[in-house]
Design a protein around this ligand. Structure first.
Ligand code: SAH
Length: 494
């Protein structure tokens, strides 16, 4: 088996390569650094052994020898080892040394390049590292060494004479000495410069200035590692080309309280719009034990009220040795497009999908249809509006409780992080109840509560919280639209 030296990119999970994800998914052992995307290990097999060997607070917690030892031990044992590093493994990542070590030990290795920080952070700052009119070359430089020391391996004079963009890694702490050496070497004090902190991440910050001013500007802004410092005419292009900060939810921290299993779609869409997403699931879905009602074919209407209900119903069908054909005799109604999609994925196109997404909508949509016997398959704790309305409609109604919603505990770290949330999203009454049971004091006073619809809003008000916004369309798209509109309407990023 092989040891893979894999680049994880600069931080944005979208910049992990397809090859990196594939290798992570098949790894026996993962040895990773600190600066890898937060989601990088989500696809790792649960049984994979993970070793964190990053540096916390400056000092190495695991020495390079120990890291090498891990690679040799697991590599020699024939495991699939993924050595995951921030950015590119061969750019200031000591990947070269690790490859040499493996080569000497006769352990096969492969290298998977990653998007390196200088290129990625610059791109996300709206700065092309080369440009036809502004720079025909780019140099990657380490700022790790003290440029004031005579024994510095870097020839700063030659670097100052370099005809192009200088991208300095690991240099923020020594920015003022670096700028001074470059000026002493002949680069003009008026040359544009930029420093990009946490490039490609939601908290990316960029400061710009000139070779003369940049150290002070960065110090005043409190810029810290990880950051890339750029020197060269291209840095001035940011004034026109900055795009990252102009996304509609840039600078907003948004908490998602949905159950973990359902949260990913909403979280991904919010991230795409520039938000920093705080996953704070307040609830979890627990399937209830039980059988299917006998003779499903006596129903002329089967109502599903959520994607969870669809999943649980099909689990029960499968357990009973049945499939979608068991529902063939009935009309199938889906509350909301998500439920309809979940049915469609299992081969059933809902006959009725009410335009309004609350239970009342279904009754409206059924007006004019005769229903004699209906099955409502749903959560244990759901409201009785739908069965009651169907009964009023003349139907005999059975309710099948498929799952219940239970509280998901929030960690102390999640609770602390919630203090920085600009918005908290609520997609159901149960997220509201379980969230406030645990997080009542955790939110800052200005946090805006975003509700998916009137039922959820009513639950918020019942608990004494006025929603700042309510979606017009009671689905995820509607909720996102309402937040974007609210953010554009001038509530300043916190
Ligand atoms: N192998 C990595 C570099 C490792 S050295 C790569 O190819 O990118 C660590 C340095 O990389 C940090 O001190 C910082 O200068 C830079 N860096 C890493 N991630 C960064 C990010 N998201 N934004 C800005 N700089 C980053």
């Amino acid at each position: 088996m092989t040891v893979y030296l894999v680049g994880a990119g600069p931080g944005d999970p979208g910049l992990l390569t397809a090859r990196a994800l594939e290798l992570i998914a098949g790894a026996d052992v993962i040895v990773h650094d600190r600066l890898i995307p937060v989601t990088a290990l989500d696809g790792a097999p649960p049984e994979a052994e993970c070793y964190y060997v990053g540096k916390e607070g400056g000092g190495p917690s695991v020495t390079q020898e120990e890291i090498g030892g891990l690679l040799l031990e697991h590599g020699a044992a024939g495991r699939r080892v993924v050595r995951l590093k921030g950015g590119d493994p061969f750019v200031f990542g000591r990947g070269g040394e690790e490859a040499e070590l493996l080569r000497e030990a006769g352990i096969p290795f492969e290298v998977v390049p990653g998007v390196t920080a200088a290129v990625a952070a610059s791109a996300y700052a709206g700065i092309p590292v080369t440009h036809r009119d502004a720079a025909s070359a780019v140099a990657f430089v380490t700022g790790h060494e003290d440029p004031g020391k005579p024994e510095s391996a870097l020839d700063w004079e030659s670097l100052a004479a370099f005809p192009g963009t200088l991208a300095v890694y690991m240099g923020v702490a020594r920015l003022s000495a670096i700028a001074a050496r470059l000026r002493a070497g002949g680069r003009p004090g008026s040359e544009p410069a930029a420093v990009i902190e946490r490039g490609t991440l939601p908290g990316q910050r960029v400061v710009t200035g000139t070779l003369e001013t940049i150290a002070q500007v960065a110090a005043e802004a409190g810029i810290r590692a990880p950051a890339i410092s750029l020197f060269g005419a291209v840095a001035s292009l940011r004034a026109q080309l900055a795009w990252f900060e102009s996304r509609p939810l840039h600078g907003r921290t948004i908490a998602v309280t949905r159950a973990r299993a359902q949260a990913s779609g909403l979280a991904a869409r919010l991230r795409e719009l520039g938000a920093e997403v705080l996953e704070a699931p307040a609830i979890r879905i627990r399937a209830l034990e039980g059988d299917l009602p006998a003779a499903l074919d006596r129903y002329d209407l089967i109502c599903l009220t959520s994607p969870n209900g669809v999943a649980c119903l099909f689990d029960r069908l499968t357990a009973a040795g049945l499939d979608a054909r068991a529902l063939h005799g009935a009309r199938v109604a889906a509350i909301g497009p998500g439920t309809a999609r979940a049915l469609a994925q299992r081969g059933i196109l809902a006959d009725v999908v009410p335009e309004r997404f609350v239970a009342e909508g279904l009754v409206e949509a059924l007006a004019g249809t005769e229903i004699s016997r209906a099955l409502v398959a749903r959560a244990a704790e759901a409201r009785d509006v739908l069965p009651d309305a169907l009964r009023e409609h003349g139907a005999e109604v059975d309710v099948l409780a498929l799952y219940e919603t239970v509280s998901e505990p929030l960690s102390d770290a999640q609770r602390r992080a919630l203090a920085g949330a600009d918005y908290v999203t609520f997609t159901s009454s149960s997220t509201v109840r379980f969230f406030f049971e645990q997080a009542a004091g955790a939110l800052a006073p200005g946090t805006r509560l975003a509700s998916i619809g009137p039922v959820t809003s009513a639950t918020l008000r019942e608990l004494g919280h006025e929603p700042a916004l309510e979606a017009e369309r009671h689905d995820i798209d509607g909720l996102i639209g309402a937040i974007v509109a609210d953010a554009a309407g001038g509530s300043a990023p916190g």
